[in-house]
Design a protein around this ligand. Structure first.
Ligand code: ZN
Length: 372
């Protein structure tokens, strides 16, 4: 068989955990987080009012969903102008998250972050302009009760709300990114990130308290997501700073075991127990043909039994990195690739492995080293 030459420029993104669906928009895979699907079901249940038809309710939810998607497309297209590819868009209950291939510079981040809310502002302006010209705008209090007649204006207001909510100056909202890029002009990146992440957690606590006191279930739900998002952004930024200036080659694992393509699931299980390694490159005549992740190994053990070949369970489409790639650029790719990548040189030879676990040890050591 031909030696599969890896294409290092375009690692195919492997979907984030807990997501489903796989539509592509502008070449970017769009996936739904399972909590988003729960939210849709919840909205459909509570959203069917007696003065609005079911069809219009569905249309309203669909229109807001499309608005959030267009918001993310706004980020994607501006990022593309700076040569930053979007690995995937994941739809969460509080909005979408675009995963960029690399962290944009402060000035790039400002425009990429602004693009999303501006799409919603534009949509609202166009809709309101159209309504004003054709049927006249309704007073705000007439919108409190959803009817088929005020649908378009509620969609416009929904877009205004999306714009304002996303401009809140706190992580993980776009406003947090804008705040951070402004702060980063005059302060070290680490401090700018800490302030934006701190603002996000503070905002989440205030929203959570307001939700508890007012008995607003939705607000508590949103606060929880904002808190988790702010925490994740803070952690991701910390690792980015601690890995800055290092290459994949400097941090990769060079002492690891591989499996031949005709090894069985039993062989792989033995290796899993004997070593501390979780994921194994699969070789055929010296060339890498796949990557067997622990989860796939366990699944194959249960569904096909120990005598099945690893070639049937391995991933042929895995993340390939080069040793000279900067470590902070590898981070976002690794998190969407199931936490394991193979490092290959220009000739396609396997020279190392990089896992999330190993990388967090690297970050931990760096942190300890920086403190002393
Ligand atoms: Zn956004």
């Amino acid at each position: 068989m031909a030696n599969p030459v890896p294409n290092n420029d375009k690692p195919s993104p492997i979907p984030a955990i807990g997501t489903l669906g796989g539509v592509r928009l502008f070449g970017v895979p769009v996936r739904l987080h399972f909590t988003f699907v729960l939210l849709l079901v919840f909205l459909l249940f509570i959203g069917v009012g007696d003065r609005q038809s079911g069809l219009m309710t569905a249309l309203y939810i669909l229109a807001l969903f499309a608005s959030v998607l267009l918001h993310e497309i706004g980020h994607t297209l501006v990022a593309r102008r700076y040569g930053i590819r979007t690995l995937e868009i994941v739809m969460y209950p509080i909005g979408g998250i675009s995963r960029p291939e690399r962290q944009p510079a402060a000035r790039e981040e400002l425009w990429i972050a602004l693009a999303g809310p501006m799409v919603n502002l534009l949509l609202a302006a166009v809709l309101l302009g159209w309504i004003a010209a054709h049927q006249g705008l309704l007073a705000l209090k007439e919108l409190a009760q959803p009817t088929d007649a005020n649908l378009a204006q509620r969609i416009a207001l929904g877009n205004l709300a999306l714009c304002v909510f996303n401009l809140l100056p706190a992580y993980p909202m776009d406003g947090g990114r804008i705040l951070r890029s402004f702060l980063a002009l005059h302060r070290p990146e680490q401090e700018a990130t800490r302030i934006a992440a701190g603002a996000g957690q503070m905002l989440a606590i205030l929203m959570g308290l307001a939700g508890l006191l007012g008995g607003n279930f939705m607000l508590i739900f949103i606060a929880l997501f904002v808190y988790l998002g702010a925490f994740q952004e803070g952690a991701a930024a910390r690792s980015r700073i601690l890995t800055a200036g290092y290459t994949v080659g400097a941090a990769m694992i060079t002492d690891f075991r591989t499996l031949p393509h005709d090894a069985t699931i039993r062989d792989a299980g033995d290796l899993l127990l004997k070593t501390s390694q979780h994921d194994f490159p699969v070789l055929h005549g010296g060339a890498v043909i796949g990557l067997l992740l622990r989860a796939a190994l366990v699944r194959a053990m249960m569904s096909q039994g120990p005598d099945a070949y690893v070639a049937g369970a391995m991933q042929r489409d895995f993340l390939r990195l080069t040793p000279d790639l900067s470590l902070s650029d590898a981070l976002p790719q690794l998190s969407t690739a199931g936490g394991c990548a193979l490092v290959m040189d220009a000739g396609g030879a396997l020279v190392g492995m990089l896992t999330s676990e190993h990388l967090s040890e690297f970050v931990l050591l760096r942190q300890a080293g920086l403190k002393s």
